[in-house]
Design a protein around this ligand. Structure first.
Ligand SMILES: C[S@@+](CC[C@H](N)C(=O)[O-])C[C@H]1O[C@@H](n2cnc3c(N)ncnc32)[C@H](O)[C@@H]1O
Length: 224
């Protein structure tokens, strides 16, 4: 993402007072500048109009990226981290982002009701394998014609990238940015087979850019 676009999006997370906490601003700026996640997800959703449910939304950065990209579909973000939901909601309200909502939900036990597109970005590995399966089954059932399931995740494999992803997730937990430790890294064949059984076509593309991580983008939609 260009420096200009990244700054324009991240600015929403800067404190209103010069002495305020700038952590969320620098985190979002660095993420937007260094990680191809959002350009990849924006490309995958561009042209769709169905509401987006962002499962494990964190600060709701996707909502800001969508609006900056001119994508105005309704957006709802859910996450089990109450502090992130509170900050995400407050920044979206302050930024007058229309048609957005935030809610605290633990996806390990509850999957919200929804019809439309679904985003699951860098979240899957925090759920145990059975909860991942249940989440994907319900996410697949949410898709209408014309909506998409867009996921980014580190895949389980023995590559150097795979090892670095696992270390990065552990470090995020140790420094307190992530409240929880990763539980299970999915593999591409299992994900593809499950979503195809649910009647979806599935594409995988690498989405690590210049980062050292083993991140892949999965886009699925209803066939026929
Ligand atoms: C690496 S962050 C990704 C945030 C956001 N999707 C993004 O790409 O910027 C992972 C997010 O998943 C959330 N998460 C982890 N386990 C969860 C659960 N059981 N239910 C809901 N959210 C969860 C975390 O709180 C965190 O905000």
């Amino acid at each position: 993402m260009t420096a200009e676009d990244a700054r324009a999006i991240a600015r929403a997370f800067a404190p209103k007072q010069p002495w305020g906490n700038r952590w969320d601003y620098y985190y979002t700026l660095l993420k937007l500048r260094s990680d191809p996640l959002y350009p990849g997800v924006l490309d995958a959703l561009r042209g769709t109009t169905a509401p987006v449910l962002d499962m494990g939304c964190g600060l709701g950065l996707l909502a800001h990226a969508l609006r900056h990209d001119g994508q105005s579909m309704p957006y709802r973000g859910v996450d089990n981290d109450a502090a992130k939901i509170r900050r995400g909601h407050s920044v979206a309200t302050r930024s007058a982002l229309e048609n957005t909502g935030f809610e605290r939900v633990d996806l390990a036990t509850t999957v919200p009701k929804h019809r439309g597109s679904v985003a699951i970005l860098d979240v899957l590995q925090y759920l145990p394998a059975p909860a991942q399966q249940a989440l994907l089954e319900q996410a697949a059932a949410m898709l209408d014609d014309g909506s998409r399931l867009v996921m980014r995740m580190a895949l389980a494999d023995r590559s150097r990238r795979g090892r670095i992803s696992r270390l990065g997730d552990r470090a995020a937990n140790l420094i307190g940015w992530m409240q929880f430790r990763p539980r299970h890294y999915p593999d591409a064949d299992t994900l593809r087979a499950q979503l195809q059984r649910a009647g979806l076509s599935v594409t995988f593309t690498p989405l690590y850019g210049n980062t050292p991580f083993n991140n892949w983008l999965l886009v699925a939609q209803r066939t026929g």
